[in-house]
Design a protein around this ligand. Structure first.
Ligand code: FPP
Length: 310
């Protein structure tokens, strides 16, 4: 496999992000020992400062579910004169840092919009580059020492997985199976996903269930009584949502200043704080993640009240 394995713990969960940063700019220069020591020290120092900051943040409520729309990877590549694929690769390293921050502060569920069904309409070579990157990184999750392995992350791939290339689908299924026993944190990778598709799929599944129920009753000779209880209920729809394995998101952060949801978690975001910093996804930093949490804390009382009014 080219490059570091997926979510290398050194980049994802230790003090510094030097490995990720070197990849972002595509340089793998040799560091001398003095540099090594200095960056190790800086990493420990920034890790310590982060843990102090997170202690203060934890005085208030921490979102249970933090969701991200990783927008602006191609624009970033253009901005820094890199190839389009390098923009997505830089986006991946930004994702590793974001996961690390969420994990450290105590967020239990993290979801990301990795690839929308609409993204399949992009140029075939672009789709292939992104899918190759995703495949490379999800295969890394199966390796010993990956973040999933060491830090107890359960991974779900959420979406219409039938639409994926077979290699990606098989790797995704293997990762879901291999991490099914992990309980510390849950990562939901929305891939081949749109909310419209999620809702349509759920309604279809509900109809199938109801039909089976009716056929069972008919087979039992009891006749069919149609009343309001035989109709599809809200709970039935929610049960069949791809996102049904997680509570609704508390904060949704979309980079690059866009304020649209782009068919992402439309059903789940009624009581969700939205935050759209102007930074492009590969430029996302600790401060953005923290700011999203502060916005959540500020609107916490309001949303709690709204939820109870339902
Ligand atoms: C949107 O930016 C982002 C994507 C289409 C894909 C992002 C995927 C990754 C960062 C890799 C994730 C890897 C794993 C393993 C889940 P864009 O391409 O639309 O950029 P633009 O908004 O500048 O056009």
């Amino acid at each position: 496999m080219i490059g570091p394995s997926l979510f290398p713990v050194s980049a994802a969960l230790s003090g510094g992000d030097k490995e990720g940063e070197r990849n972002q700019i595509g340089v793998w220069g040799k560091m001398d020992k003095a540099n090594d020591r200095a960056s190790g020290l800086l990493g420990r120092l920034s890790g310590f400062m982060r843990s102090c900051l997170f202690r203060v943040l934890r005085m208030g409520p921490i979102p249970t579910h933090y969701s991200f729309i990783m927008d602006g990877n191609r624009r970033y590549a253009k901005k820094v004169n890199m190839g389009e694929g390098a923009g997505h690769r830089a986006g991946f390293f930004a994702l590793v840092s974001v996961l690390k921050y969420c994990y450290e502060v105590g967020v239990k569920y993290i979801s990301i919009y990795a690839f929308s069904i609409d993204n399949f309409k992009r140029r075939p070579d672009e789709v292939k580059t992104i899918m190759d990157l995703i495949l490379e990184k999800i295969e890394g999750l199966l390796e010993e020492g990956s973040i999933a392995d060491q830090y107890g992350v359960r991974v779900y791939f959420v979406g219409n997985l039938k639409l994926l290339d077979e290699r990606v689908r098989i790797a995704a299924e293997k990762v879901m199976e291999a991490t099914a026993h992990n309980t510390r944190c849950v990562l939901l990778i929305c891939i081949a996903y749109t909310s419209c598709d999620e809702i349509v799929n759920s309604v279809r599944e509900c109809c199938k269930d109801k039909l089976e129920e009716i056929e069972d009753k008919e087979g039992g000779g009891g006749g069919v009584v149609v009343n309001e209880h035989s109709a599809i209920q809200l709970v039935d729809i929610e049960k069949h949502m791809y996102m049904g394995v997680a509570p609704d998101p508390d904060v949704l952060l979309r980079t690059s200043g866009e304020k649209r949801l782009s068919n992402y978690q439309l059903w789940q975001t009624t009581h969700c704080t939205l935050y759209s910093p102007t930074a492009l996804w590969p430029e996302i930093s600790l401060l953005h993640v923290v700011w999203g949490i502060l916005k959540f804390q500020r609107s916490y009382a309001y949303f709690e009240k709204k939820k109870k009014m339902l």
